[in-house]
Design a protein around this ligand. Structure first.
Ligand SMILES: NC(=O)c1ccc[n+]([C@@H]2O[C@H](COP(=O)([O-])OP(=O)(O)OC[C@H]3O[C@@H](n4cnc5c(N)ncnc54)[C@H](O)[C@@H]3O)[C@@H](O)[C@H]2O)c1
Ligand SMILES: Nc1ncnc2c1ncn2[C@@H]1O[C@H](COP(=O)(O)OP(=O)(O)OP(=O)(O)O)[C@@H](O)[C@H]1O
Length: 494
């Protein structure tokens, strides 16, 4: 990197005259050296990304082994180990590729395969203690609008030389409890009296009516217990290690607030996420379909009956620092539910970013920055920057520039299976800043890169009606999408 910088610094100082063939030749040679050095740097970033991906696979493998251990001791007799391993290594949104004969058989996925997988960093002992408490559920897929419990695969037929997709893949996903949920985690917007009062009321109701175990965040737990010793039964966690085991204890998450509270709740889970029931207070959000006024009916329903879920994909992001030189990135990935943004921060220079999709060059961004968004995030910052609104169940990654200084830079939607790499070139004039769901800014200097791909851990959010109805309702009511006064009947003849 230093040599490349030196080469660039040297170039402008070199007096090049077209008549001086030697100097021209020397200058060309220097350019070739600089180009080679850049290719080496890019190769290194790609290798680091690959290493991070291998690390993720290794951790997933470890989780599968731990899971197999638990499965044997719990006696899940009809689980086929190979199938389970296959499934766990693919615990992604690729629901269409899940083997229908695995674990619980037929056309469903059993929660034992998803939510009890050990998360990287989980304390094994505490995991062993609480595993028996999780409620079991099954996921099933409705087809052609019916909730018939079938899980259809993408079906591409090429018999007789004709390619057809006669059957489409996953329709609305239904979650059906096999044993009653026992533990609910409340995540609440801070500094709001109405949220605090509602949380206290809902906790009391759940405890007294359904004898549900309650977890709340440490801050909210302190507030409730200080206010009334009645709430002494509430559980919480003391440190990050304990927080990492939450997914093994919690059956359902209830959020009280807006979309930001759903983002916050998702950020507490670095691995599997239990189903989220998101209540709005005041106005309907894009990810919060449930009215807090009807919480009794709604909670009764989701605790006892099957309900639709939207599997919202998340992006896993790794920052690769050139300063780390030859060290392979060891940090855990940062998971985002909306988007990762790379922008110019306080800098008044244009951001200059080089973008690659797998090994293909995509483009150079020169402007205020770039948003890499999930489809759930398509109605958030990406929308404000001119990106399309995309149904949250569509498998894709949005690539949306922010104020590009170009007349032809249109937003893209890429398939969900790609890995994106955004790199600050070594000769960039300024720094860039990455932020994750609008939080946790990280500085990216020349030579640094951000790698992101779809995480195997989506956020399942409960639907009020179904994914599509809820999505359309949110853009109609939240954005007044395409609201226009109708023309009157009278007017010039057609
Ligand atoms: N110009 C913009 O539109 C802009 C700028 C910065 C951040 N944001 C968004 O804010 C998000 C962080 O939200 P916050 O609540 O913590 O911050 P916040 O309190 O600043 O609220 C941002 C707004 O974005 C809305 N929002 C969040 N997620 C959404 C989604 N998936 N679809 C539609 N609207 C959504 C929220 O309801 C809220 O009204 C970021 O992920 C980013 O998408 C938007
Ligand atoms: N449990 C929490 N702990 C800490 N911060 C939180 C928590 N829940 C929400 N926040 C933060 O509080 C802010 C506001 O939350 P939220 O978006 O839910 O409320 P809101 O602004 O009233 O919603 P909306 O904009 O949709 O009307 C967000 O930045 C969010 O990250």
């Amino acid at each position: 990197m230093e040599s490349e910088r030196a080469a660039y610094a040297f170039l402008p100082q070199t007096p090049i005259k077209s008549t001086d063939a030697h100097l021209v030749e020397f200058s060309e040679a220097m350019r070739a050296v600089a180009k080679t050095l850049r290719q080496v740097a890019e190769g290194k970033a790609a290798a680091q990304a690959e290493a991070a991906e291998w690390k993720r696979k290794y951790e997933l493998e470890k989780a599968v082994n731990a899971h197999k251990h638990h499965t044997v001791t719990k006696g899940c007799n009809n689980c086929d180990k190979d199938k389970l391993e296959q499934l766990a290594s693919r615990l992604t949104l690729e629901t269409a590729s899940v083997d229908p004969t695995s674990c619980c058989g037929n056309h469903e996925i059993c929660s034992r395969q998803i939510l009890q997988d050990e998360c990287p960093g989980t304390n094994k002992n505490s995991h062993d203690k609480i595993i028996g408490r999780k409620a079991q559920f099954k996921l099933s897929w409705g087809c052609n609008g019916d909730n018939n419990g079938q899980h259809k695969h993408d079906f591409v037929s090429f018999e007789k030389g004709d390619i057809t997709t006669a059957e489409r893949s996953n329709k609305q996903i239904l979650l059906k409890w096999e044993s009653p949920p026992q533990t609910v985690l409340f995540v609440t917007k801070p500094n709001s009296n109405s949220v605090h009062a509602l949380c206290a009321e809902m906790v009391r109701w759940l405890k007294e009516r359904n004898n549900i175990n309650i977890f709340v965040e440490p801050r909210a737990s302190k507030e409730l217990v200080t206010e009334d010793s009645y709430f002494n039964f509430i559980q919480t966690w003391d440190n990050d290690e304990e927080m990492k085991t939450l997914h093994t204890k919690v059956d359902l998450i209830v959020t009280l607030g807006g979309d930001g509270t759903v983002l916050w709740a998702a950020s507490l889970f670095k691995g599997p996420v239990p189903p989220v029931v998101a209540f709005y207070l005041g106005s309907l959000g894009f990810m919060t379909p449930f009215s807090s006024e009807l919480y009794r009916e709604c909670l009764d329903h989701v605790l006892k009956r099957p309900f639709g879920i939207t599997l919202r994909s998340r992006l896993q992001c790794h920052v690769i620092c050139d300063a780390a030189k030859n060290e392979v990135e060891t940090e855990e990935p940062i998971l985002v539910l909306n988007e990762v943004t790379i922008d110019r921060g306080m800098s008044s220079y244009l951001t200059y970013l080089e973008c690659y999709c797998d090994s293909s060059f995509v483009t150079r961004v020169q402007g205020d920055g770039l948003i890499i968004s999930t489809t759930s995030g398509s109605t958030a910052y990406s929308l404000a920057a001119g990106g399309s609104m995309v149904h949250p169940q569509v498998p894709g990654i949005l690539f949306t520039p922010i104020c590009p200084h170009s007349l032809s830079f249109r937003p893209l939607i890429l398939p969900e299976y790609v890995t994106l790499r955004v790199q600050v070139p070594i000769n960039s004039r300024g720094q860039a800043w990455a932020s994750f769901d609008g939080k946790g800014r990280k500085q990216l200097g020349p030579g640094d890169a951000l790698i992101c791909s779809i995480s195997p851990w989506p956020v399942p959010t409960a639907c009020l009606v179904d994914s599509t109805t809820d999505f359309l309702r949110s853009i109609h009511e939240g954005l007044h999408w395409n609201l226009r006064k109708s023309q009157s009947f009278d007017g010039p003849p057609a």
